[in-house]
Ligand binder design. Structure first.
Ligand code: GSH
Length: 398
């Protein structure tokens, strides 16, 4: 686990102000919540015997009426939002070794679509896309970091599965990249892009531990009746190094991961090919956070939806002011904090998603900044908008 900090404490002041707001609301409720349990005898709020003639001085029992129900309701949920607002920095779990998703660059910065979604959540919650502390986690470490609260959210090319969504205690946000597992081998070993999985019979196959990748390839090999030697490593740098060194015949993971590795590491004297053409599994990759904090889930989910709704409406980081002024329709006005905005009901500032689109961009901009450079084409893929035949279908902002 390694931590990278970027540009965070400047916002502490603003976040503390937000905290003061939240604390004001919470205090009342928490106290109330505690009291009844401990002191049943004293607080029979009902007191039926009251004489109507007398002024009911004890009106505070009705106190919640003064506070708008939403705010009180919201602040009682789980607590990760309030914790991040108080801390002034978002603790975001990433890989740090996943090309185009979250990769630690030579200058120490963390780049990729997952890193950008960390920044998007920070922009939504703290108004500052740079108020992020990135924590690099191996596949095997990642869910423990969520369970222990070491990270507030995980943006680490993690596949949404039934077991992770239940027994592992995670909740999953909207898929930010629809992927599928593929394999990569050398053309010099007679593999092509049209090769089938049966052709790896007898091969040494490598991947990283703690992934759906291992179970998928083991299960498929058994179904196909082929035998493989599966070697796993802590992270994908080690996997790719072993492949380049020739100790692995084939490597496998999400197709996007193979495309990224081929783009940045294929040696001059080798030709790497990715197959089969149709992936062997579904790998819906997206945000992961702790179960049972629906307020935090809403914040992360609608941050992702905001980037897709802006994409749907053709609103880029350069258009936000025109969009807020109404030039792209009422939905964008609401989403960016204008008339009819819904962000404050979520415990966020009205301009939360204005900050996301202006500081990080819409989904297509995030794609172009991170995935296009390694050769990943969105057109005609499952990651296209529903209006273009893809699966990206954000709910309406109303
Ligand atoms: N999506 C799969 C695989 C995720 C995974 O670990 N992918 C590799 C290949 S891109 C990765 O992130 N490697 C970077 C690392 O090992 O840190 C899962 O959720 O289990």
């Amino acid at each position: 686990m390694t931590r990278i900090r970027t540009n965070r404490w400047q916002r502490a002041a603003g976040a503390l102000a937000a905290l003061a707001l939240v604390a004001g609301a919470c205090g009342g409720d928490d106290d109330a919540a505690d009291a009844p349990a401990d002191e049943p005898a004293e607080a029979p709020a009902e007191e039926p015997a009251e004489d109507p003639a007398e002024e009911p001085a004890e009106a505070p029992a009705e106190e919640p009426a003064e506070e708008p129900a939403d705010e009180v309701e919201v602040t009682q949920d789980g607590g990760i939002l309030a914790a991040v607002q108080a801390r002034g920095v978002l603790n975001c779990g990433v890989s740090g070794a996943a090309v185009a998703f979250s990769y630690t660059d030579a200058d120490g910065s963390m780049n990729g679509i997952d890193a950008d979604y960390c920044r998007a959540v920070a922009a939504a919650v703290l108004g500052d896309a740079d108020a992020v502390e990135f924590t690099s986690l191996t596949a095997a470490e990642r869910f423990t970091a969520v369970q222990t609260g070491a990270v507030d959210v995980l943006m680490r090319n993690s596949t949404w599965t039934q077991s992770r969504d239940t027994e592992v205690g995670m909740d999953f946000g909207p898929t930010t990249y629809y992927d599928g597992q593929q394999l990569m081998a050398r053309a010099s070993d007679d593999f092509t892009g049209q090769s089938s999985v049966e052709e790896i019979d007898g091969a040494i196959v490598c991947t990283n531990a703690g992934t759906t990748t291992e179970t998928n390839i083991s299960e498929l090999a058994a179904e196909l009746g082929i035998s493989i030697t599966l070697n796993t490593f802590d992270d994908y740098d080690q996997v790719t190094d072993a492949f380049i060194a020739g100790t692995c015949d084939v490597i496998t993971t999400d197709g996007s991961g193979l495309v990224g590795r081929k783009a940045v590491q294929e040696p001059e004297d080798q030709s790497w090919v990715i197959f089969p053409a149709t992936p062997i599994s579904k790998e819906p990759l997206g945000p992961v956070y702790a179960q049972n904090d629906s307020q935090w889930a809403d914040v992360v989910n609608w941050t992702v939806y905001a980037t897709l709704i802006a994409d749907e409406n053709g609103v880029t980081s350069a258009d936000v002011d025109d969009a807020l002024a109404g030039e792209f329709g009422a939905e964008m006005v609401r989403l960016l904090g204008g008339e009819g905005e819904k962000q404050t009901f979520m415990g966020l500032s009205a301009d939360a998603f204005y900050n996301v689109i202006s500081q990080v961009g819409n989904y297509q901009e995030i794609w172009d900044a991170n995935l296009t450079p390694v050769g990943l084409d969105r057109t005609g893929s499952a990651n296209a908008l529903w209006t273009d035949g893809g699966l990206m279908y954000p709910p309406p902002a109303r």
